[in-house]
Design a protein around this ligand. Sequence first.
Ligand code: NAP
Length: 471
Amino acid sequence: MYINGKKMGEDLEKIEIMNPATNEVIGKVPNGGEKEAEQAIKAAYEAFLTWSETTAYERAAYLKRLNKLIIEHQEELAQTMTMEMGKPIEESKGEVVYGASFLEWYAEEAKRVYGETIPTHISNKRLQVWKKPVGVVAAITPWNFPLAMITRKIAPALAAGCTVIIKPSKESPLTAIKLMELVEKAGIPEGVVNLVTGSSAKIVGQMMENDKVRKITFTGSTEIGKLLIEQSAKQVKRLSLELGGHAPFIILDDANVEKAVDGVLASKFRNGGQTCVCANRIYVQAGIYEQFVNKFSEKVKGLRVGNSLHEEKVDIGPLINEDGVNKVARHVKDAVEKGALIVTGGNRIEGEGTFYEPTVLRDIDPSMIIMQEETFGPVAPIQKIETDEEAVELANSTEYGLAAYVFTESVSRGTKLVEKLDFGIVGWNDGVPSAAQAPFGGMKESGIGREGGHEGMDAFLETQYVSIGLS
Ligand code: NAP
């Protein structure tokens, strides 16, 4: 843990961190609780008094230094990430670059937090809108992007003048610890960024109880997001939520099939299918259904599963843990019992680690659990559809609204279809839409607010309206 610039928690009981590819213990982190959270909040609160008074140009310089250090330590960060949560090493390197990009972008955006002057209705009054940092921020992050989900929060928070306490997932806190070493190296003042590991209920409980914390920014499941909405009501804490997804991937019969196959591969199998924007339901129009299933399955059969730290050219790593494998197996079993056909895969890979075969299921229908819940694994269920209207209806028939994908070469069909989709992010002929400069977030039960882009900065700013009476 890092509190007020110091490594803490050596005296505490430890939580073991496992490598999901080998089941080996690769590290231990302190099992912190309320007391440590309180210390971190105090440090962040005291640091806020001076950090919030630095200029945007000073803060930008710190962020740029951190960006540079992250890139310089790409290899080491990527190794840690792959060891603790299993994504292939090349993907981990990609996440390091993506994660660092938020620091670069918000270093620039810090300088563009403009207020407003509003035309007055009374001649001796001046009406102004000022922007102020919201205060101490608690950042709670998931295991599936151990670096980028942190930088996506701390970059705009620090740029806005806020101070932060990070609470990473117990599954992948080692990357966060490495990041903190770089925060220290970048010379970011003590207490501006703090890290507490341990019991999420106790740490987050204290964050919710403590009135010095003004903002909670959370990425994780919809289930825990709902719990945080309830808990934050007591003090009306500001809340940003990036929650679960259940992305539809619609392929119309005028799509470029090769491009669509590559789009689904990138969206579905990145991080072993463990991303919030993963294609979870694939809808293909009847005219190209057989062609798509054949071409797509051939490519999936060529994907290599393994431990990328010991094997070459691995496309898919292990799932995060036993629960992850069991959920995937349950979804596949249910689909098969209800009439789906397995084109390839469909089994756990026996031996050490939590590996599951990349799987394609065809003849899917909406009654199957896999078409209703987030699977979080390497399984691609493909349903045949007839019309554009049916695609929209099926896509929107969920409580989730994070990402959706549409593949069509027709501007008219694509525009009409995308306009009707209730999703915060749409990849049109694009399977990988995320970028630091663009707003990322969900409609409906997929969240509240946006990260990335100028919207990402708004989440850490308060609006103060000042009416000045002149003499
Ligand atoms: P999770 O179980 O909801 O955990 C997320 C964070 O909340 C972790 O730090 C976790 O800590 C903490 N947490 C767990 N129980 C808590 C409690 N009772 N009170 C307070 N905090 C608690 O989600 P996950 O399994 O880590 O991540 C996968 C989920 O995240 C998926 O649903 C995925 O779609 C979503 N996700 C969304 C986005 C997005 O941008 N919308 C991005 C990535 C992931 P511990 O792990 O230490 O318990």
